[in-house]
Design a protein around this ligand. Structure first.
Ligand code: SAJ
Length: 412
C-alpha cells in the first residue's frame, strides 16, 4: 500500500514521516523543488524537534521519498496551506490544484483525505471537484451510500514545537462524506496514531477543528483585554492572573503581544464567515488580539519619543516561544511599527532561531539582527516580545537603568 502526502510543510511532512516510520510506503509531494530535494536527502526544511531523526530513518529505510510529481497511490492525504486573502476569506487555490493533480490518478477503492484546515463544506466541495474532473468515478453523496472513491476530512491538531509527540498521542477527529469514507480514513490514521479516533461526518470534523482554535483565540483575547484593563488601572496583570487562577475553576491564559501563527489568527474567520450574525464574540476576540501589537508598539514609540536617539532591544521575532516560525508574528509587526514610527531610534532585533532578518525588516535601515548580549549592552529600552527559553537566563540586574516592556510576563 502506498500513501501520497501532498504538501510537505509543518503538517504534511511530520505525517509522511510518522506513516513511513510505521512501515508504510509514502511519497511526499510538494510544488517546491527545494523542499523535495531537502526531504529526499532526509533533512527537514524547517526546525521541529525530532522531525529530522524520524525523517532520516524513513528515507534511509526506503519507506519515504519525495517528488514534485503526483504518484499513483492507494490513499492521498492533502496537507496544503489554506491562507486567508486580503478580504479575510479563505484561499482554496492550493487545495484546488492538489485536487486537480490527484484526479487523473484516482481509481475505484482509493481514498482522498483533506487535512488542511478549511471552512465548513470544503471537503464536500473537493469531492464535487473530483466528480467534475472524473465523471467516470463514483464519488460519495449521501452519508449511507457506498461510493467507489472515498473522501474524508481529518484535521491536523499538532502544536508546533511538539509535533512529533502530538501526532502520535493526540486524539483525532475524522469526518467522512459517508460512514465508509470515515472508516477508510480512520484505518490509515490508526497506523501511527495512539490517541482515540473520533469518527463523524465531514462538516462536523471541519467545524470541530475550527472551534478548537477559535476557542483558544477567545481565551487569549480575554487575557489580552485584561492586560489592557490592568494597564489602564495601574495594576499588575500577571499577579492578578496568578491569584485568580488559584480558584479551582478558573484558568486564565497569558496575555502577550498578540496572537500569531498561521492557525489561531486565521481559523476563527472561517467560522465568522459561515455565521456572521451569530459569531460576535469570535469576531471581537480577533479584533482584540489583532489590536494588541499596535498597542505594544505605541507604548514603545512613546517611550522612545522621550529619549534622544534611543536604542531599543526587541527580544524575539517568532510568533511564539522556542520556534523560528515568523508567520503572522506579532513581534515582527511590533518591530516594524516601532522602527518606522521612531525614526531616530535604532532597533536591535534579537532572534536566535533565525539566521537573517526577514524581508519586511531588511528594508528598514534602523533595524539590525543582533546577539542578545550586545543588544542589552547598548539598549535604553528593552522589549521582551517572545518568551524563548534562552531569554530566561537574563536576570533583573542586567536590565537595571533601562526602560523594560515585558509583554510575556517573563520577569514579572
Ligand atoms: N498565546 C498567548 N497567550 C497564551 C497562549 C498563546 O498570547 O496563553 C499566543 C502565542 O504566543 C502565539 C499564539 O497565541 O502567538 C498561538 O500559539 P499557540 O501555542 O496557542 O498555538 P499554535 O498556533 O502554535 O497551534 C494551535 C494549536 N491549537 C490549539 O491549541 C487549540 C494546535 O493544536 C493546532 O494544531 C494549531 O493551532 C493549528 O495548526 O491549527
Amino acid at each position: 500500500n502506498r500513501v501520497a502526502v501532498i504538501g510537505l510543510g509543518y503538517v504534511g511532512l511530520p505525517t509522511a514521516a510518522a506513516l513511513a516510520g510505521q512501515g508504510v510506503e509514502v511519497v511526499g509531494v510538494d510544488v517546491d523543488q527545494r523542499v523535495v530535494d531537502c526531504v529526499s536527502e532526509g533533512t527537514a526544511p524547517f526546525d521541529e524537534p525530532d522531525l529530522t531523526s524520524t525523517l532520516n530513518e524513513a528515507v534511509s529505510a526506503g519507506m519515504l521519498s519525495a517528488s514534485t510529481e503526483m504518484p499513483q497511490a492507494d490513499a492521498y492525504i492533502v496537507a496544503v496551506p489554506t491562507p486567508i486573502k486580503e478580504d479575510s476569506h479563505v484561499d482554496l487555490a492550493h487545495v484546488r490544484s492538489a485536487t486537480e493533480a490527484i484526479a487523473p490518478r484516482l481509481r475505484d477503492g482509493e481514498v482522498v483525505i483533506l487535512e488542511s484546515t478549511v471552512p465548513p463544506g470544503t471537503t464536500r466541495l473537493v469531492s464535487e471537484w473530483l466528480e467534475r474532473l472524473r465523471p467516470d468515478l463514483d464519488l460519495p453523496h449521501r452519508m449511507d451510500s457506498s461510493p467507489g472513491v472515498h473522501v474524508a476530512h481529518c484535521p491536523e491538531r499538532v502544536l508546533p514545537g511538539r509535533i512529533m509527540t502530538e501526532i502520535v498521542t493526540n486524539d483525532r477527529v475524522i469526518g467522512g462524506l459517508t460512514s465508509q469514507c470515515a472508516e477508510r480514513a480512520a484505518a490509515i490514521y490508526r497506523i501511527f496514531c495512539r490517541g482515540g479516533i473520533l469518527v463523524t461526518d465531514a462538516e462536523s470534523a471541519e467545524m470541530a477543528k475550527l472551534v478548537e482554535n477559535a476557542s483558544r483565540d477567545v481565551e487569549i483575547a480575554f487575557a489580552n483585554e485584561l492586560s489592557l484593563i490592568c494597564d489602564r488601572l495601574g495594576l499588575d496583570v500577571w499577579e492578578i492572573i496568578r491569584m485568580a487562577n488559584r480558584h479551582p475553576r478558573v484558568n486564565i491564559l497569558q496575555p502577550g503581544p498578540g496572537v500569531g501563527g498561521h492557525c489561531i489568527a486565521v481559523d476563527p474567520w472561517f467560522v465568522i464567515q459561515a455565521a456572521p450574525q451569530q459569531a460576535r464574540m469570535m469576531r471581537l476576540a480577533r479584533e482584540i488580539n489583532d489590536g494588541k501589537p499596535l498597542h505594544v508598539a505605541e507604548q514603545l514609540v512613546a517611550a522612545a519619543g522621550r529619549l534622544r536617539e534611543p536604542r531599543i532591544a526587541c527580544l524575539g521575532l517568532a510568533f511564539k516561544a522556542d520556534v523560528g516560525d515568523l508567520r503572522e508574528s506579532p513581534a515582527l509587526r511590533i518591530v516594524r511599527e516601532v522602527a518606522t514610527a521612531a525614526e531616530d531610534a535604532v532597533v536591535d532585533a534579537v532572534e536566535p532561531h533565525v539566521a537573517e532578518l526577514p524581508q519586511s525588516l531588511r528594508a528598514l535601515d534602523n533595524v539590525r539582527l543582533s546577539g542578545v548580549d550586545e543588544a542589552l549592552d547598548r539598549a535604553d529600552i528593552v522589549a521582551l516580545l517572545v518568551d524563548h527559553q534562552c531569554f530566561r537566563k537574563i536576570k533583573k540586574p542586567r536590565l537595571s537603568g533601562k526602560i523594560v516592556y515585558d509583554t510575556r510576563g517573563m520577569w514579572a
